[in-house]
Design a protein around this ligand. Sequence first.
Ligand code: NAI
Length: 402
Amino acid sequence: MTKIVLFENIHASSHAVFQAAGYTDIVTHASALSSDALLSELRTANVVGIRSRTQLTRERLEVAENLQAIGCFCIGTNQVDLGAAMHRGIPVFNAPFSNTRSVAELVLAEAILLLRRIPEKNARVHLGHWDKTASGAYEARGKTLGIIGYGNIGGQVGTLAESLGMRVIFYDIDAKLPLGNARQTPDLATLLIESDVVTLHVPATRTTENMINADTLAQMKKGAMLINASRGTVVDIDALHVALQSGQVGGAAIDVFPVEPRSPDEPLRSPLVNMPNVILTPHIGGSTMEAQENIGREVAEKLVNFLVHGATKGAVNFPELPVSPREEGATRILHVHRNVPGALATLNNLFAEHGLNIASQSLQTREDIGYVLTDLMGGPVDAALEDLRKHSFTVRVERFRN
Ligand code: NAI
């Protein structure tokens, strides 16, 4: 029986997917567990599902002797030692697109709120003021939205913004197919000079660290708005604070910070706190009920495709093989090995020695790991699996249920 352990209150949409595929031994935990309790679960789990709070380090993975796959029911996978998992033959899956739309909608809403100066107006009304004025308030229609990082989220933001009548330009290090009427700028400076609202959708890398700093803020149109719902390392917050105070930047909406509070009761420490023209949100760009439900379904489907077919498409740390239907009457074998010359020949010779015929086979390699799925015909496979298990190049060998 495959034991699935889900931590951190993973959405029930995942259970429905597991159950529909016949996996009913599901243990759920409402939160992350302390180290000892976690290790005790890891010892017996075949599949674990986590979110961002459970750290699966090399040492912890070592005790997880029965573990076949890990599902990160979120976007990031930094909480897992991906290399250690790969070398144990354990694929790790995540949900890179499930909350794309949620982030895009928030960004668009913030662009409108900033252009209308709603953060200040909202605060003033709550304080008993009724400043009824159109001064400094603009429609989004006809304004230029500059998107830095035109990937999944950036592209979606651009499409939604065009439906509002915004002009969309984007800057990306890669050449990208523009959606709708969007236009790629040759460099960051061109985007900053032309945009009324600048929004960031890049990953946290060496090239994006503090890409919005005193120099790039100075290149922006005077009074333009800045939105960051990407990663906290991308904006130099002190420089933004200065630019907001001087009016060089007209307003900002910031969802991610260089250092974020670790618990609900810890306040955010940032010079942007209490600035009237700034919207601050607690890293909830992608946090909606729809996104949680999508994530539950998306990751569970990937795990089921692995458990049933051996498919690893979308794995973040593993050679990727797509779902392939099993040959009629065949037994499917999973073999993970060290990526050494002649590995496939050795594997196939061993099958032949045991009188097993190969009906179909797929191999994919990644770094120093090779992954083979073989559909075998003829005779029981147990003796061949036993020999394979003992072979020095084998990392993992499994037989799929019939
Ligand atoms: P993606 O990988 O689809 O797109 C990123 C884009 O940035 C790519 O087109 C890439 O070529 C580009 N890029 C990389 N380095 C660049 C550079 N130096 N200059 C210009 N472009 C560069 O990523 P996706 O899914 O669109 O996510 C974007 C960001 O949003 C990520 O940092 C992600 O962590 C963050 N995110 C934040 C959420 C939140 O709750 N606030 C939720 C989901 C994602």
